[in-house]
Design a protein around this ligand. Structure first.
Ligand code: ADP
Length: 454
């Protein structure tokens, strides 16, 4: 029987970019079994030895960065320079990450008067890495690398929207890895679920909150370890003393980057009433200067939505908001194909779905506030808590507002990303477990304590 094939469609043109064979769900337990067999040998190496096996893949990724970027752009529609930048980022940071992971997982000692203990970061076993389409190289990269260096073997199930570039990423790592240490699995939610239900020890997932909850439920009976990086509804608070040019530039970049299909996109903007009009004027000016269109064309900053389903969801939220009294300041009009124009909505309220549910589209929603307490209350009025930003010239005051926002990562006069080595972490329903940085890398391992009397 010929296996069913999964087609990857270019959202900008509707053309088929390529196909991969769908992994039959009943083949998944066998693949997991093979990964478990392979884990014995892979897990017997030291962290440093595993890092050395992987190290030459960095140069291969670098050689292929342009091709991977082009493929990613065609599969999900992000502008070519951003897609190539994503591939280059993975290649350039590869060696440093291997070292950071190996160092984070090195044994260390704790002792008191009676006992000397060694803390050891052992492999968990077999890891299922289930990834989304919005950063189709970076997400597999961030899930797979720490899992492998920790001594786990990995089954990588990329999004059904971007199987080709993930397949290429796995192929490059597999030029250096022993057999069955990294196995790609292709398909949609059915394959993802079959993996979660199979005999795996760790599930690393990045995607929607709803799917995260399903995975947690499916992982529960086996007490499987999970690392879930889920959605967000990130607020930006613009205080009355903010540098409005900087705040508007940040708002436009962070609301419309990757057509808003970023888990830490700015989706809600709370601006002090006294500066609302000027802030909106600046945002509108910058938004109208953006070029949207063919993601491979020179100067295009905003591409299409990944698919028609995502487009309709975004347009329905815009319609609902306008129906409930929001004012269209820019965009909003329907465009051909999968495109949604970068849109600014003012006079938003939390009665609107667009202020409560994740949008994942190029829409910036603005609501004015009269007091800092009100801004904080509105920013926290959400089940999500991934990123946030506060802009204000008085840095001490802006920082005290930042402290009060219930988010895993808050930026003051900048985006939410931390310094090198910081974890990527969400609070409330935006995350369960976390990754990146030494603290994050340890989530991919089982800590053990071996003690002896002095
Ligand atoms: P989106 O629909 O925005 O792509 P999802 O959270 O549904 O976001 O998908 C993220 C990843 O999770 C994809 O690889 C998808 O195939 C996978 N997935 C979807 N449903 C399930 C599920 N029930 N169990 C495991 N993985 C799933």
């Amino acid at each position: 029987m010929t296996p069913e094939r999964l087609a990857s469609i270019d959202p900008a043109t509707g053309e088929t970019v390529g196909t991969v064979p769908v992994t039959a769900t009943d083949a998944i337990p066998r693949l997991v079994f093979a990964a478990r067999q392979a884990q014995r040998g892979w897990g017997a190496l030291t962290h440093a030895q595993r890092a050395e096996v992987l190290r030459p893949a960095a140069a291969r990724l670098k050689q292929e960065a342009r091709r991977l970027g082009e493929l990613a752009s065609r599969e999900m529609g992000k502008p070519l320079p951003e897609a190539v930048g994503e591939a280059n980022y993975c290649a350039d940071s590869f060696a440093g990450e291997l070292d950071e992971i190996a160092a984070a997982l090195a044994d260390f000692e704790r002792e008191d008067k009676r006992v000397t203990s060694v803390l050891r970061f052992a492999p968990l076993g077999v890891c299922a890495a289930i990834t989304p389409w919005n950063f189709p190289i970076l997400m597999p990269h961030q899930s797979v690398l720490p899992a492998l260096v920790a001594g786990n073997t990995v089954l990588l199930k990329p999004s059904e929207e971007t199987p080709l570039v993930a397949c290429e990423y796995a192929r490059i790592l597999n030029e250096f890895l022993p057999a069955d240490v990294l196995t790609p699995v292709f398909g949609d939610g059915a394959q993802g679920r079959a993996l979660v239900l199979a005999d795996v020890n760790l599930i690393v997932f990045t995607g929607s909150r709803e799917t995260g909850k399903r995975i947690l439920g499916d992982a529960g009976p086996g007490l499987k370890r999970v690392i879930l990086e889920l959605g967000g509804k990130d607020p930006l608070v613009v205080l009355d003393d903010a540098d409005l040019d900087a705040a508007a530039a940040f708002a436009v970049r962070n609301s419309f980057r990757n057509a808003g299909q970023v888990c830490v996109s700015t989706e809600r903007i709370y601006v002090a009433s006294s500066v609302r009009d000027e802030f909106l004027r600046k945002m509108r000016e910058k938004t109208l200067a953006l070029r949207q269109g063919d993601p491979r064309a020179e100067g295009v900053g905003v591409g299409p939505m990944v698919n028609a389903r995502q487009k309709s969801k975004v347009l329905a939220q815009i319609d609902d908001a306008v129906g409930r009294g929001a004012t269209l300041v820019a965009g909003g009009e329907p465009r051909e194909g999968n495109f949604v124009a970068p849109t600014i909505l003012a006079d938003c309220t939390h009665a609107m779905e667009i202020m409560r549910e994740e949008t994942f589209g190029p829409v910036a929603c603005v609501q004015a506030f009269d007091s800092v307490d009100q801004a904080v209350r509105l920013a926290n009025d959400t089940p999500f808590g991934l990123g946030a930003a506060v802009f204000g010239r008085d840095v001490a005051r802006a920082s005290s507002v930042a402290e009060r926002i219930e988010a895993g990562m808050v930026g003051v006069n900048q985006g939410c990303g931390g310094a090198d080595g910081c974890p990527w972490v969400g609070v409330k329903e935006s995350g369960y477990g976390f990754h990146s940085g030494p603290e994050g890398h340890r989530q991919f391992a089982q800590v053990r304590v071996i003690s002896r009397a002095k």
